[in-house]
Write a protein that binds this ligand. Structure first.
Ligand SMILES: CCc1cc(Oc2ccnc(N(Cc3cccc(OC(F)(F)C(F)F)c3)C[C@@H](O)C(F)(F)F)n2)ccc1Cl
Length: 473
């Protein structure tokens, strides 16, 4: 993995200590999945025993039976690792012990079932690295310490010395095997989780042919109060990739009192707008009814004649309107809000003989918020200019008056009508990615000069864990 320059970072995610503590509550379920998923190889060995000759033994089909985890703690070690300490994992293993001993003239072969009760402390220092442009977990720093390990041989009719011999022999080899297997399993599950999050994130940010490349641009950062990952955020549209390399992130832009922070460079949103435009998503057809709803609150006296001409002189079902972007809307993020510059054409066909066409350039500051699982957009003080008016309406207004009418209607009713439809389209898009299943607490969407910060707290995403465990097992 060669870290690309941080200029290529379009999206930064910061998971703070409070989030890690919430996620830690559920670590035990992930670790339990790791233990359950572990398969234990057969253990064979031999040992020369005085007066018995050589004793050979084998432990076969070792299965973990019940497993319980008392508690786990998580600690972030600056520029090092995420330390997870799990106390008192009590697990019992069942299996079959085959053993044989004797000299050249007599051989004894036996097999009995055994059960092992163990209580283990586990410490995993997880380093975050990069594997093919994705976040990977390195949990090689993994320690098991056994509080106790009780071997229980079924049909305990063996003589005392025999039990003692095997208990030491087996517990030693078993500790080695358990450590090897459990730590290997944890590494497997940790990387499965990292891949799972990356896949879900890619899915979350994609819509048909439009996707966002979230390859990491740098090694993930571990600080005392947060984890942070840096991603390209490039637009991936059909086989087109829009990259840029002048978006500057700096760690001081984010804090660590909220659980999650997402930093979006303005280019990410700007290039997404380009893709939506190229994919013809930025067009809208309005029925006569919808047009009437939009214009009905216009009580301006001087507008009534043209409104009657458009809306009332014909049956509503004859009227239709088409609104489409002439160019990709431009996005500039400022503290006042996201400035959206767009040029739009409107064609209202009333009857075959009468229609109205005009183009409008608008610049609108848009603030966004998310409440009750709905995205809300708040447009304010739009700049509107009207041009290329072509009308076959029979009204007593001159061209300048018609322009004035259109200017007022667009800024007071038209923009709001577009924004409402945009809100519901974006909300249903995000809900199609099951965002509504996440418990998002007091999300804030804050625009800054050239970037946007989304910060929030969350409740544990159980559905995500269930999805992951289904996939892991
Ligand atoms: C959807 C959020 C997001 C994730 C991205 O990619 C990844 C990939 C791997 N890890 C992360 N982490 C951030 C993160 C936090 C919370 C949720 C989340 O994704 C998800 F769980 F919601 C998924 F299902 F979509 C991802 C973790 C990374 O920051 C860290 F902490 F490991 F360093 N992000 C890139 C951009 C965006 Cl907007």
């Amino acid at each position: 993995f060669t870290p690309s320059s941080t200029q290529e970072t379009g999206i930064v995610c910061r998971v703070t200590k409070p989030a890690a503590l919430v996620l830690n509550e559920k670590t035990s379920e992930v670790i339990q999945a790791a233990f359950r998923h572990a398969s234990f190889p057969n253990i064979t060995g031999e040992k020369a025993v005085s007066f018995l000759g050589k004793v050979t033994y084998g432990l076969t089909n070792i299965q973990i039976s019940n497993l319980s985890i008392e508690s786990s703690e998580v600690d972030l070690k600056e520029d090092d690792a995420v330390e997870i300490m799990i106390k008192n994992v009590s697990a019992s293993f069942k299996g079959t012990l085959n053993y044989g001993y004797g000299t050249w003239f007599v051989q004894v072969e036996h097999s009995i079932d055994f059960e092992i009760f163990s209580s283990i402390d586990l410490q995993v220092n997880t380093k975050l690295t990069c594997g093919n442009n994705r976040i990977a977990a390195d949990t090689s720093d993994c320690y098991l310490s056994f509080h106790e390990l009780i071997l229980h041989l079924h049909g305990d009719k063996q003589p005392g010395w025999f039990k003692q011999l095997f208990t030491d022999l087996i517990s030693f080899t078993l500790k080695l095997v358990l450590k090897g297997q459990i730590c290997k399993e944890i590494n497997y599950v940790a990387n499965l989780l990292a891949d799972f999050i990356q896949d879900r994130a890619e899915n979350f940010l994609s819509y048909g042919d439009i996707g966002v490349n979230i390859d990491v641009t740098d090694f993930p950062v571990i600080k005392e109060n947060y984890l942070e990952s840096h991603h390209k955020g490039f637009l991936a549209y059909k086989n087109l990739t829009v990259s840029y390399n002048d978006s500057i992130f700096s760690p001081s832009l984010l804090k660590h009192d909220r659980m999650l922070y997402f930093w979006f460079s303005e280019q990410v949103l700007d290039s997404l707008m380009l893709a939506y435009f190229l994919n013809q998503h930025l067009t809208l057809n309005l029925s006569g009814e919808e047009l009437k709803d939009i214009l009905q609150n216009d009580n301006e006296a001087s507008h009534q004649e043209i409104l009657r001409e458009i809306l009332h002189n014909h049956a509503a079902n004859e009227i239709s309107a088409k609104v489409w972007s002439l160019t990709a809307p431009g996005i500039k993020i400022t503290p006042k809000g996201t400035m959206v510059t767009s040029s739009v054409a409107v064609h209202i066909s009333i009857t075959s003989a009468s229609d109205l066409y005009f183009e409008t350039e608008t610049v609108t500051a848009v603030q966004a918020s998310y409440a009750d699982k709905k995205l809300k957009l708040h447009p304010s003080n739009p700049l509107v200019s009207i041009k290329n008016v072509r009308s076959s309406l029979t009204v007593s207004m001159n061209e300048e008056q018609i322009k004035q009418f259109l200017q007022t209607v667009v800024s007071e009713f038209g923009i709001q009508a577009i924004v409402e439809r945009l809100e519901s389209a974006l909300t249903s898009l995000m809900n199609s990615k099951s965002l509504n299943l996440f418990e998002i607490i007091n999300p804030e969407i804050i625009p800054h000069e050239g970037y946007l910060i989304v910060q929030l707290d969350f409740g544990f995403p159980h559905h995500l864990l269930v999805d992951f465990l289904k996939r892991a097992l």
